[in-house]
Design a protein around this ligand. Structure first.
Ligand code: ACG
Length: 488
């Protein structure tokens, strides 16, 4: 599976208002097929006062700027007929302060007051979040409510079984609409405030029990639903949630790929691989597939972080030659730019997709001007499609390689050799075996056996029976293969 994280507002505009929408996405499905994508992770599309949609004001609605249920139906039917799955991002941990439940709570309806967490005598209303130093208690109408993600969103109180039932209805609603699964936002935050101690405290065991119940409920409706969880934390915590869902985003591992590329040092990758891809080694069993990614909408874009296209190519080459499920954040296939100011202000890494060299044309989204992606730089889809050496062309080839070798997704890892300069892995399954070499800083000569299929993923050159690997190169040699070498 090749997944594409897509922010609808910035993607393709179907009705000429400058804002991306469902109709626009349907129109551009062929672009995604051409790229090689077979699963779309759609960021929230429900009504929300926020541009990013993570503060939902009605869970069973579509933001009118994005279209209506007919548009959704057409999009899903079209995607399914083309072999593309679409999974929906649903932030259930909190709701917008404009949500009917919260409004009714403020109006004094006791049923809805119990949907949220309010301060009492023991509350320290100045308590700060453990990242970003933001306040977690917010005042409205002289009452203080708990809202981990800022004053615009109130956390739901999942101690209340009625809230759990409400959320089940939300999942079944969207499954019935035809979505193929969900990306579970903020999965470690369902129970993150201890109402006995009145203190912020992750309660992972309770979270896990909650998600087990929710997962069983979802799979009871659609046994094939794809479920991906977001637990942004250290390897120790991420590990606790293993086995719950089919796929889990591997945050620690995403940092290690970037650290290795940035520091030109294979050790980050090799060390972290043993920690964060541990289930892919020898006798371990993979219970949750590693969702491998380099960036997402909460992060600085890859080009802006690494600073040059060679490193970007190298990082993606590593990503697409690892076991697990690779994810691409929209626009990264063009090497778009965008520096994050903070996780509380993500606009700059969510700029309009660059379709046209001049910055405008049919379907171009323009809800915000480019700050980081100047037009006319050869970055647009239009410019890159015409250039066989473009980054987009490289990404297409890379994805093609992956699709031809889908077995890598579930392959096991053996570390054959490691140093600061390079890392050599054997990736294997019962029927296939590949030698994968990540070369960071030396010039390396690799002898290739006959009957091997050789993929020079980046920066390699074949001379006779040898392949010369330049710094920042990736080579894949698939053993006992009868066809000719392929080049990327
Ligand atoms: C999701 C979405 C995000 C969204 C929300 C809220 C949640 O992707 O777009 O915000 O619906 C935390 C949460 C994540 C959350 C991000 C934004 N993402 O856990 O669920 O914030 C530390 C913390 C993490 C934290 C991260 C943020 O532990 O919990 O993520 O910082 O940077 C090492 C450490 C690791 C540490 C990292 C980074 O890896 O091991 O612990 O993570 O370094 O330092 C949206 C908007 C927001 C808005 C909200 C309502 O984007 O602006 O406020 O909606």
């Amino acid at each position: 599976m090749i997944c594409y994280e897509l922010f609808l507002r910035s993607f393709f505009d179907g009705n000429g208002d400058g804002i991306g929408d469902l109709e626009g996405l349907e129109h551009m499905l062929d672009y995604l097929i051409d790229l090689g994508v077979d699963c779309i992770w759609l960021l929230p599309i429900m009504s929300s006062p926020a541009f990013h949609g993570y503060t939902v004001s009605d869970f069973q609605s579509i933001n009118s700027l994005y279209g209506n249920f007919d548009d959704l139906n057409k999009l899903l039917s079209s995607a399914h007929s083309k072999g593309i799955k679409i999974i929906l991002d649903i932030p259930v941990n909190h709701v917008s302060v404009c949500h009917e439940w919260f409004v009714k709570a403020l109006q004094g309806e006791s049923k809805y007051q119990k949907y949220f967490t309010w301060s009492n005598d023991k509350t320290d209303i100045n308590e700060l979040r453990h990242w970003g130093n933001a306040r977690i208690w917010h005042s409205i109408d002289n009452k203080h409510f708990y809202g981990l993600f800022g004053p615009g969103s109130a956390d739901l109180n999942f101690e209340n079984p009625f809230v759990v039932d409400e959320i089940k209805k939300v999942f079944s609603f969207w499954l019935e609409k035809g979505f193929d699964g969900f990306r579970l936002d903020a999965a470690k935050h369902i129970f993150d405030y201890n109402t006995q101690k009145m203190k912020f405290e992750y309660q992972h065991e309770k979270n896990i029990a909650f998600w087990e119940d929710m997962r069983d409920y979802i799979l009871g409706i659609n046994k094939d639903a794809v479920i991906i969880s977001e637990v942004w934390d250290s390897p120790e915590i991420v590990k606790k949630y293993e086995g719950l869902f089919e796929i889990g985003f591997n945050f620690p591992f995403s940092y290690s790929i970037k650290d290795s590329v940035k520091n030109n040092d294979a050790s980050f990758l090799a060390d972290e691989m043993q920690k964060n891809l541990s289930s892919y080694f020898a006798d371990s069993q993979v219970v949750t597939k590693s969702g491998n990614f380099l960036t997402n909408h909460d992060m600085t874009r890859l080009y802006s972080e690494l600073g040059n296209i060679k490193d970007v190519r190298f990082a993606f080459s590593i990503l697409f030659t690892l076991p697990g499920i690779p994810f691409i954040y929209y626009g990264e296939e063009l090497a778009m730019q965008g520096k994050l100011k903070s996780v509380d202000f993500t606009e700059d890494s969510q700029e309009p997709m660059q379709w046209y060299e001049l910055g405008y044309g049919y379907g171009q989204t323009e809800w915000k001007g480019y700050k980081f992606n100047p037009v006319g730089t050869g970055r647009s889809v239009q410019a890159q499609l015409q250039d066989s050496n473009s980054f987009l062309s490289f990404m297409k080839q890379l994805i093609l390689f992956r699709k031809d070798n889908l077995w890598l997704e579930d392959s096991k890892i053996q570390i054959i050799a490691r140093s600061k300069k390079s890392l050599t892995l054997k990736l294997y399954c019962s029927k296939k075996e590949a030698l994968v070499i990540y070369n960071f800083s030396s010039v390396k000569k690799v002898l290739c056996e006959e009957n091997s299929k050789i993929f020079y993923i980046s920066n390699c050159q074949k001379k006779g029976k040898e392949v010369i690997m330049r710094p920042k190169s990736v080579l894949v040699i698939i053993k006992n293969h009868k066809t000719q070498p392929g080049s990327l």
